[in-house]
Design a protein around this ligand. Structure first.
Ligand SMILES: NC(=O)c1ccc[n+]([C@@H]2O[C@H](COP(=O)([O-])OP(=O)(O)OC[C@H]3O[C@@H](n4cnc5c(N)ncnc54)[C@H](OP(=O)(O)O)[C@@H]3O)[C@@H](O)[C@H]2O)c1
Length: 278
């Protein structure tokens, strides 16, 4: 049975991968959709033309990934596509982040991704594809997004090494490194901090990022970066010393904080004046 596995399929880019792959991958027998929210996976499955199997699970919980391995063994699966989108980020200085959530981030973004890859490798088909959702945050350390950026550097490094390891087996690995993408990712990430305002100007839509990722995976590219601005950012991180870029970003962040504090105070003063006049 030819299988495509998509983690993080209940939302954002994982969901978008499922929708686009459903249109383009006629030879796949079954899609295996993985995430915690079962009702979202069911809704997605109902909108796809391929038969789907739902794995409602928390990938960070012990023993869950073995359920997928067990299914692969029982079905004598030939995995043609393994797309790993499950992941989350938390913004803010390390000292304000709950340490339990910080560790969960590493467990999901790095540990579960590695464990699932390891368990699925024996089932990967020749000419199969593995796609990892890394991030442009992998290119540079990010103060106040430090653990997330480090976790994505891990994903990028792991993917590039694995791409070389698996080439002789005709399995092709692509790390997708988008900048900000318009998905529910920020609903979670911004609970504890805020994105630099100028970064939001570069927000991409998930349809375009996923279409480019699938194209790059098809052409066996090890890294997929969507958009001129993110390609320019990647180039900058290769050419300039990281210390200098980090200082410039800190300067921008401080200026943004000062501006928003100023406008907050102004609004307060206007409010008080208005109340006094009334
Ligand atoms: N959006 C961006 O700006 C951006 C940029 C660069 C990279 N990325 C990366 O792209 C990937 C997809 O993110 P997205 O933007 O599509 O965000 P999203 O809409 O929040 O999707 C995250 C997915 O991960 C799943 N997930 C979270 N915790 C899980 C767990 N413990 N077990 C299993 N599944 C879990 C969520 O499903 P449930 O809640 O149902 O479990 C959801 O389907 C992530 O790895 C993210 O780091 C995002």
């Amino acid at each position: 049975m030819k299988i495509a596995i998509i983690t993080g399929a209940s939302s954002g880019m994982g969901r978008e991968f499922a929708l686009q792959m459903d249109c383009h991958f006629a030879n796949i027998d079954e899609f295996w959709l993985v995430a915690r929210r079962e009702e979202e996976l069911i809704k997605l499955a109902e909108s796809l033309t391929h038969p789907c199997r739902i794995f409602a699970m928390d990938l960070t919980m012990k023993g869950q990934i073995q359920r997928i391995e067990e299914a692969a063994r029982l079905e004598d699966a030939k995995i043609c596509m393994l797309v790993q989108c499950a992941g989350f980020g938390l913004m803010g200085p390390l000292e304000v982040l709950p340490i339990k959530d910080t560790v969960s981030m590493i467990k999901l973004n790095c540990e579960a991704l590695t464990e699932l890859t390891g368990h699925m490798l024996p089932f990967m088909a020749r000419n199969g594809r593995i796609i990892f959702l890394a991030s442009s945050a992998a290119f540079l350390p990010q103060p106040e997004f430090s653990v997330y950026a480090a976790s994505k550097s891990y994903v990028l490094s792991f993917a590039r090494a694995l791409a070389v390891e698996l080439r002789s087996k005709e399995i092709y690995v692509t790390a997708v490194c988008p900048g900000p993408v318009d998905t529910p990712f920020f609903d979670i990430a911004e609970k504890t901090g805020s994105t630099l305002a100028f970064k939001k100007a570069f927000m991409a839509c998930p349809e375009d990022v996923v279409a480019k990722a699938l194209r790059d995976s098809f052409f066996r590219k090890p890294v997929s970066v969507y958009g001129c601005s993110m390609n320019a950012f990647q180039l900058m991180t290769k050419l300039l010393p990281h210390g200098a870029i980090l200082s410039a970003m800190k300067w921008i962040k401080d200026a943004e904080k000062a501006r928003s504090a100023e406008s907050f105070l102004k609004e307060g003063e206007q409010g008080t004046e208005g109340r006094l006049q009334a």
